[in-house]
Design a protein around this ligand. Structure first.
Ligand code: FAD
Length: 309
């Protein structure tokens, strides 16, 4: 069943992984009894795999998705970007995915590599990519697109961003996967606004589990400009690792205890946030698994996501 068909029937539940850089990392993710095998036991509807800027990790991305496809436990979804890709290159790569039985994609502009001002490719925005894929491949792909409840960091206004999201729908997208957003009032505002703008696509909400202090701050502020609510800031402040959570050798005497306390509070925060999202009338929860099992499995179970199936 395609992910689009699942959304027609019920809410979906999925994971996101990334292609590891090393062979050891690949074995941990894709080896027998590895993280993917463990994630399957939770019966996700799909697992998506990220795609590096400029296609730097295309080989590993395909290897991961190939395993998911061959294992047949859930739908493999590839992320795909315009960065550094010509139209010919896009056609070739997408045909390769199809040849491997991978027919679901998240169509993105892509994060611009440091110092770049544009995509450096033939296509400049996700709207163009969606249009191109529909022109070249018809309905062979189920296409997801990104939505930014707080507005994309480069958008000139939230209204402009919503107009471009509508364009993604008009060009043939099938569903929306959202960018990280902890500001629930903003999310509710955005959900009402996109519906008012005539965007009826299912909304699959991206959730980053709050497990690590540095990673949480980094994810919010290095690219996305996410609002951090007071309750989340409190968890960070109460467990602050001195001098700061980014240094390799902190002088804080309680590092391990603080890490554990942060994680415990972060997991609870994440579960509560999933509850809030589900009460908003969304269509799916997409958990960034961060190539880990135990913590995301605990969150998925405690949040009741396993009962969606
Ligand atoms: P677009 O929708 O093209 O928007 C980019 C900016 O341009 C926005 O500010 C928008 O308002 C503006 N815009 C859009 N269309 C037009 C237009 N026609 N004219 C003028 N302005 C326009 N990145 C990766 O590199 N690899 C990944 O695997 C990856 N996975 C992701 C997964 C999810 C769920 C999400 C939400 C994001 C992911 N990203 C990934 C990040 C994403 O690539 C970045 O957020 C990127 O900066 C924007 O991509 P987009 O598809 O939202 O861009």
């Amino acid at each position: 069943m395609s992910v689009k068909e699942i959304f027609d029937r019920r809410n979906a539940f999925s994971f996101e992984v990334f292609p590891p850089k090393t062979d050891v990392g690949m074995e941990k993710l894709c080896g027998e009894g590895g993280v993917l095998d463990q994630l399957y036991t939770l019966n996700p509807d799909y697992i998506s795999c990220t795609y590096g800027a400029g296609g730097t990790n295309v080989g590993k991305n395909l290897e991961v998705l190939d395993k998911i496809q061959k294992d047949g436990k859930c739908v493999p979804v590839t992320h795909f970007t315009c960065i550094g890709n010509t139209k010919e290159g896009i056609k070739e790569q997408l045909q390769t995915y199809l040849d491997h039985g991978i027919n679901h994609m998240l169509a993105l502009r892509g994060d611009l590599p440091f110092g770049w001002t544009g995509t450096g490719g033939d296509l400049h925005y996700a709207t163009e990519l969606v249009k191109f894929v529909r022109q070249e491949f018809g309905d062979k792909f189920t296409i997801a697109v990104a939505g930014s409840p707080e507005g994309h960091i480069q958008c000139r206004s939230l209204e402009a961003d919503i107009a471009f999201l509508k364009q993604k729908q008009d060009n043939g997208a099938d569903y929306i996967m959202t960018q990280l957003c902890w500001d629930m009032d903003q999310f509710r505002y955005w959900l009402d606004a996109i519906r008012a703008a005539g965007i009826w696509l299912p909304v699959d909400v991206g959730i980053m589990p709050i497990l690590d202090q540095a990673a949480t701050i980094n994810m919010a502020l290095s690219r996305n400009g996410c609002v951090m609510p007071r309750a989340l800031c409190e968890i960070i402040s109460k467990n602050w690792i001195f001098p700061n959570p980014f240094v390799k050798d902190p002088f804080d005497a309680n590092v391990e205890q603080k890490k554990a306390d942060f994680k415990k509070a972060g997991i609870e925060y994440t579960i509560n946030q999933i509850d809030e999202y589900r009460a908003c009338g969304i269509n799916g929860i997409h958990l960034y698994a961060l190539n880990k099992y135990e913590d995301v499995a605990y969150i998925a179970k405690a949040a009741g996501l396993l009962d969606l199936i």
